[in-house]
Design a protein around this ligand. Structure first.
Ligand code: FEO
Length: 395
């Protein structure tokens, strides 16, 4: 594996191609990497660790680089256990190591691992000279936990960004982005961000603004490739996601028990494509994991949600998606809805209330069918809806 990123900064992370669900929730079709980095200088500094099951590989990689030399400091940019659960093993191997974090990190070190000794608190903007290089610590709370911070090597322009700019997907033998398949990573970055960090758009945007004056040559995140060639594009993508700015496009997501709501969805899909809207994707929520729907909701600016009425409520798969969308406090969406019922309609009413709660722009008409909807001209209503959407999405 190519380890040196630049000027005595090394990649010592690992790939996880075994775990099927990240956080026991989100599918990992391309795996995931837990990235850690080693800075070799007069004082050797490790940036983060890796998930506990992979610490044998992690330590052997470190030894390949520094042999029997000691590690003086480990900087903990983020305490979530996918990055911190090797800390106790690290202390066992390097008993004199000092752990660097901010005041919130220190509380979590104690709470998660009982670690209270050899810890060094740093404040926002504080620097640490390690020989040739000087590190600056930037506190970036809630990207993605309260203690999250970033570490920057002055001069080299290397930013260790924690989860920010991260993505699902294992890295290749060459961890640099030039070697990465960006068709996969661009999409997986949307999925990672929307699934994991999506609620914290405000703090992410604030962090990007805070660091905007730093010259950045490399972004070393905790997940995914090391960004060098694509730094501007990745920062731009993160800014867009943080601001909930979707591209022109429509996501149609629906539940359907016996195919009637699905028929409406297909009519709407055809009408929206016919109207010439650029990106149109459709998801049957009984067939697809919500992870992918969230990805597309962040990617595009319009969501059309459909549901049958089920026990006088939304179909459970639709209700579950609504909870996930609410949980991420997604802003700036155009919204339309459709639904069906057998004897008393509730779904469209519920979907409308949901969108009002989200403060999204609701586009008419709402299409609601009773039973098979034989008395409703779904095609004509879909055409009207598609035209109204077209007028809004491409603005
Ligand atoms: Fe990859 Fe928030 O941890």
């Amino acid at each position: 594996m190519k380890r040196e990123i630049t000027n005595n900064v090394y990649y010592v992370g690992v790939n996880d191609n075994t775990t099927t669900l990240f956080e026991r929730l989100w599918p990992l079709p391309y795996g995931v990497s837990y990235n850690a980095y080693l800075i070799k200088d007069k004082i050797n500094v490790l940036i983060d660790t890796v998930e506990y099951s992979y610490n044998d590989i992690f330590f052997s990689q470190i030894e390949e680089i520094i042999g029997n030399e000691k590690i003086d400091y480990v900087v903990v940019n983020h305490m979530e256990p996918d990055h911190s659960s090797s800390l106790l093993k690290l202390i066992e191997k390097y008993p004199d190591i000092q752990i660097i974090g901010n005041i919130k990190t220190l509380g979590m070190l104690s709470g998660f691992y009982g670690i209270t000794k050899n810890v060094k608190e740093v404040k926002d903007g504080e620097t640490l000279n390690i020989g040739e290089k000087t590190l600056t610590f930037h506190l970036t709370p809630m990207v993605h936990w309260p203690e999250t911070m970033m570490t920057y090597i002055n001069g080299d322009g290397v930013l260790f960004s924690g989860d920010a700019f991260g993505t699902f997907g294992a890295v290749g033998e060459d961890v640099m982005d030039e070697a990465a398949d960006m068709t996969i990573f661009t999409d997986e970055m949307y999925r990672y961000y929307s699934n994991i960090v999506g609620k914290y758009g405000g703090p992410v945007e604030k962090a990007i603004e805070k660091l905007s004056s730093l010259p950045i040559n490399y972004i070393c995140s905790t997940h995914g490739p090391v960004w060098k060639k694509y730094v501007p594009q990745i920062v731009e993508q993160y800014l867009k996601m943080a601001r909930y700015q979707g591209d022109e496009g429509v996501v149609i997501a629906y539940g359907s028990m016996y195919g009637h709501t699905a028929d409406v969805a297909k009519n709407i899909y055809d009408a929206v494509v016919e109207a010439g809207i650029k990106n149109v994707v459709m998801h049957d929520l009984s067939e697809v994991d919500a992870s992918y729907v969230l990805r597309d909701v962040f990617k595009y600016n319009t969501l059309i949600l459909g549901s049958p009425t089920y026990n006088a409520e939304l179909f459970p798969k639709v209700a579950d998606l609504c909870v996930k969308l609410e949980g991420r406090m997604i802003k700036n969406k155009n919204f339309a809805c459709f639904g069906s019922f057998s004897w008393a309609g509730a779904a469209v009413k519920r979907l409308t209330a949901f969108a009002e709660g989200m403060k999204w722009q609701i586009i008419e008409p709402k299409i609601e069918i009773k039973q098979a909807g034989l008395d409703v001209d779904v095609k004509a209503l879909s055409k009207q809806l598609a035209e109204n959407i077209k007028a809004v999405v491409s603005c």
